[in-house]
Design a protein around this ligand. Structure first.
Ligand code: SER
Length: 338
């Protein structure tokens, strides 16, 4: 008998760590995690962890032979800045590995005669506004608008949204036997900020970097100008969004890809909030025009009314709560000397 598990890829990443902590609260959840990197020490008891590459098909085949996968949270990805530096590697990880996992989910679904659930985080990077004027004009963007990403990561995410949707509806549509179906569900996240971890390789990273640097007494030069604005969300809400969507009754879902967001801030507004908490913080602005152009192509805000309507999404942390009750107190404590 294979062991039934929830499978989390990219488990050592920011979202992965937070999701793993949350899912492990429920004793009945058997968790299988995978990442190129080991889990942090304090999380190692929470799952069976496989250190390895998703592109290693033999390893994936071995996992499928040992485990019956109920749900896949496919979080592994190279983020937008890193993907510009290594576009082919990004395509392999972000697209080819996703394709392999979708295939596994489809085969498992057919074997069990029950759809494997495939939860996929996409991103505001799936949008691409052509210039700042257009961004000013279209303030809250809906899922189907401006899907012309200008980054490799954005293209990868947008395509995998489509691929997931294809696998759930049409995969092997010409085969004689009943085609396998999967239950594909996807959220488009804004920039994410965690109190516990700092991202690497993203382009919304200036926000978490600014806060974590200030708490450590380190100077920070922000790589976008003061007016640059995108939506953000804190990590507990990101995890909640994934779990709410996973648990939503399927018949209530009117789409497969949903925007979710919490608050939208300019870089200057983030600086002001950081200064209010850390008055000695040394924050300057030294825009990197290329990374800034990527941020400028992302919407200033996104419309998440479909998620609110279909699965009762609403963030628990608005901007005040996010800073006053989550980010600042936890980050302060984290870097306290001694
Ligand atoms: N945080 C991601 C990035 O910066 C965007 O979703 O790449």
């Amino acid at each position: 008998m294979r062991k039934r598990v929830i499978f989390i890829t990219g488990a050592s990443g920011e979202v992965g760590q937070a999701l793993l902590k949350e899912l492990s609260q429920q004793a009945e959840n058997q968790l299988l995690t995978m990442d190129l990197h080991p889990l942090p020490l304090e999380l190692r008891s929470l799952s069976t962890h496989v250190e390895g590459d998703l592109l290693n098909l033999r390893l994936l085949a071995r996992l499928v032979s040992e485990y019956e996968i109920d749900v896949i949270y496919h979080l592994a990805a190279l983020l937008s800045t890193r993907a510009e530096i290594q576009p082919e590697e990004a395509h392999q990880v972000n697209v080819e590995a996703t394709l392999q996992l979708l295939k596994i989910a489809a085969e498992e679904s057919q074997w069990r005669k029950r759809a494997v659930q495939f939860i996929f985080p996409s991103s505001i990077a799936a949008y691409g506004l052509p210039d700042r004027e257009t961004k000013m004009h279209f303030q809250r963007v809906r899922e189907f608008e401006w899907n012309q990403p200008r980054t490799m990561y954005g293209c990868n995410k947008l395509y995998c949204e489509q691929l997931g949707s294809y696998f759930s509806r049409y995969y092997r549509q010409l085969a004689a036997e009943q085609p396998p179906t999967i239950d594909f569900r996807c959220v488009r996240f804004p920039g994410l900020i965690s109190a516990y971890t700092v991202p690497s390789g993203g382009t919304s990273d200036y926000a978490p970097e600014m806060i974590h640097a200030a708490a450590q007494g380190l100077p920070y030069a922000c790589f976008v100008r003061e007016e640059a604005r995108i939506p953000f969300m804190v990590m507990p809400d990101a995890v909640r969004a994934l779990l709410l969507l996973a648990h939503a009754p399927r018949e209530r879902l009117t789409r497969q890809v949903y925007n979710v967001t919490s608050f939208s801030l300019s870089a200057a507004q983030i600086r002001d909030r950081v200064l209010a908490a850390f008055p000695n913080a040394q924050i300057t602005f030294a825009p990197d025009v290329k990374r800034e152009a990527i941020v400028d192509s992302w919407p200033a805000d996104i419309d998440d009314s479909a998620a609110r309507m279909d699965w009762d999404w609403s963030p628990e942390y608005d901007v005040d709560r996010a800073f006053n009750e989550y980010l600042i107190p936890i980050i302060k404590q984290r870097y306290q000397p001694g």
